[in-house]
Design a protein around this ligand. Structure first.
Ligand code: NAD
Length: 287
């Protein structure tokens, strides 16, 4: 019995060390890999950039927010890692072409493409109220942005001999809500379907493609949208754990998909959602 307890504790400590190490591990799970991460200045993209770098990857951070992106790149360099920031708007073909060229020129190759940039516009609503402008902007960033990332990223990954692509969808691609964001939901459904197809197309070319589907997270994206306690509580009641997720919890899922630990995982709907999509009736809070 004691040996079992020890085993559990040792594993826990090891896991904590792995995830919460403060410097770059040159023999980490992504050592020798080059990763391009979009939406890298904040939230999931920022946490993933830091975690991937700590696991030994060289990172090209891509975002429209240059000031914050450069800060993340500097943070990585302080940890002893290699990172470079490139400003690109993922909804623009020329920007996406250039970001891939910069990754290859700066670091010599591209192994991991994390198409993570996304937006949620506050007046995205049901099909009657949502404007065409909101629809178009959401689709351009969330869906076309992922398409363009793959369009220019896949040839580079093929040149590197294969790799891993992670496209950020969402739990809303898997379930409906009576608190509508019709353009956002449709864009994420598109990401999920496109990812499955890409996974099948490239399965014999050593490229794995997975859709990362986070549950609701405490990042700027959701905080802006859920700006009152009523709006937040309307969602929290549906979460089995009774809390929103954190960006670093999703980054750990992204790390699994990026690394060779997921060598037999492709075309997956990879949910990191605190059990949200599994729930019918959630527990009563005992506190
Ligand atoms: N936060 C959530 O609750 C939640 C839930 C499910 C899925 N997601 C998805 O996860 C991803 C990351 O979300 P987050 O919560 O970290 O958001 P965030 O707002 O914290 O960060 C998004 C980043 O993307 C950048 N960005 C926006 N438009 C861009 C563009 N056109 N080109 C390049 N960069 C751009 C922003 O500047 C920002 O740095 C998004 O795709 C989002 O839809 C988020």
């Amino acid at each position: 019995m004691f040996s079992n307890i020890f085993k559990v504790q040792t594993t826990k400590v090891f896991t904590q060390r792995l995830f919460f190490t403060t410097t770059v591990n040159k023999n980490g799970r992504l050592s020798g890999k080059v990763a391009l991460i979009t939406g890298a200045s904040d939230g999931v993209g920022k946490e993933s950039s830091l975690l991937f770098a700590k696991e030994g990857a060289k990172i090209l951070l891509v975002d429209i927010n240059e000031a914050k992106g450069k800060q993340v790149a500097d943070q990585i360099k302080t940890l002893g890692g290699e990172a470079y920031f490139f400003r690109a708007d993922v909804s623009k073909a020329e920007d996406c072409k250039q970001m891939v060229e910069v990754a290859e020129k700066t670091f010599g190759k591209l192994n991991i493409l994390f198409n993570n940039a996304g937006i949620m516009i506050s007046d995205d609503d049901d099909s009657v109220k949502t404007t065409e402008a909101v629809w178009d902007q959401t689709m351009n960033v969330n869906l076309k942005g992922v398409f363009l990332g793959c369009k220019f990223g896949i040839p580079a990954i093929l040149r590197a001999g294969g790799g891993s692509i992670i496209n950020t969808a969402s739990f809303v691609a898997c379930m409906g809500a009576a608190t509508p964001q019709i353009a956002y939901t449709a864009s994420k459904g598109g990401v999920l379907a496109m990812t499955r197809e890409l996974a099948v197309i490239h399965a014999r070319e050593k490229i794995r493609v997975n859709a990362l589907c986070p549950g609701p997270l405490r990042t700027e994206l959701l905080d802006k949208f859920l700006d009152t306690p009523e709006k937040r509580n309307r969602r929290l009641v549906h979460l089995p754990m009774g809390r929103f997720g954190q960006a670093d919890e999703v980054a750990k899922g992204a790390l699994f998909l990026a690394s060779d630990d997921s060598s037999y995982v492709t075309g997956s709907t990879f949910l990191v959602d605190g059990g949200l999509t599994a729930a019918y009736v959630t527990p009563i809070d005992k506190n």
